[in-house]
Design a protein around this ligand. Structure first.
Ligand SMILES: [Zn+2]
Length: 307
């Protein structure tokens, strides 16, 4: 009974409160709080171990928005450019493996439209109704893995044409999303020698460069969270393309793990850009993470912008 009364009261307050007050609840700044880096894989028609249903994904955006979270990219985190309104908290969305469910096109009368049931479609629609949400997320992509995990679909898998791949990557960059490398085809890097490790990583970078010439890829997500035997090669290395003779170099500023708690902020003594923990968003993990941060007083809250 109490719950029902409270929630209807809350609904009434939300309905009559001015928009600005709703969006920026009074929270004291906490620049030493933690920042959740969310990890999504498949976005499809149902929830699964590696998948979020489209409907559930939409609800995740709504939940975060209502609880005063605003997205930033991994790059913004490591550069400490957390430029969100005072009183709100940063959240980072990362999307791994470049599946069609993350970004599908529909062809209508010869024109391509973003499928509204793909993650990017849901995000863009949400941003239209919540313009202060923004278009910031980090896509850790594979250009050449099996089963359509090739820059969001190829060979008609889920209706996606191979020719659309570069266009999708370009679109994401133009919208302001971050492009992140996740190797060429998701090799378990611990299984291979130094040359193959560098080839896998460099070819991921090269493919991004083919879509967006000159793009500086700063973030790398380890496939399966597994480091190469020579750990230094996850951060930097090079490979010579035998077709062109061109040397492709990489040197990342951020490396993403596959699990862990919410991340420390960049000014914290324990912050390590080269081993950033992520939270796999399955089941009730998102709600649990937000509740825990709140309970422990560990939620990062932005203060007024520095002058
Ligand atoms: Zn992956």
């Amino acid at each position: 009974m109490t719950n029902i009364r409270l929630s209807s009261l809350a609904a009434l307050v939300l309905a009559v409160a001015p928009l600005a007050a709703q969006n920026a609840p009074a929270r004291a700044p906490n620049s030493q709080g933690r920042i959740p880096i969310l990890e999504y894989h498949l976005v499809s028609d149902k929830d699964s171990r590696w998948g979020r249903s489209a409907e559930h994904f939409r609800r995740d955006l709504e939940l975060l928005y209502q609880r005063g979270y605003r997205p930033i990219t991994v790059t913004q985190l490591i550069d400490n450019k957390i430029d969100i309104p005072a009183g709100t908290s940063p959240v980072i969305f990362t999307f791994d493996d470049a599946s069609p469910g993350q970004f599908r096109y529909i062809e209508k009368d010869g024109k391509l439209e973003v499928d509204p049931s793909s993650a990017v479609g849901i995000w863009l629609a949400f941003n239209k109704t919540h313009p202060d949400w923004g278009k910031r997320a980090t896509f850790c992509m594979l250009p050449g893995a099996a089963a359509g995990h090739a820059f969001f679909g190829d060979r008609n898998i889920e209706g996606q044409k191979t020719a659309w791949r570069m266009q999708k990557v370009k679109f994401l960059a133009e919208q302001g999303f971050e492009l992140c490398n996740h190797t060429l085809w998701h090799a378990n890097l611990a299984k291979y020698g130094d040359a193959m490790v560098q080839e896998q990583i460099a070819r991921g970078v090269l493919a991004i460069d083919s879509a967006v010439a000159g793009y500086k890829v700063r973030t790398f997500a380890l496939p399966l969270g597994i480091w190469p035997k020579n750990r230094a090669l996850a951060k930097s290395g090079s490979w010579r393309d035998p077709k062109t003779g061109r040397e492709v170099r990489y040197n990342f500023d951020a490396i993403l793990e596959v699990s862990g708690p919410a991340a420390h902020p960049p000014t914290h003594a324990k912050f390590n850009a080269l081993s950033l923990p992520r939270i796999q968003i399955v089941g009730m993990e998102l709600e649990k993470t937000l509740d825990d941060l709140e309970k422990k007083g560990e939620r990062y809250v932005a203060g007024p912008a520095a002058k």
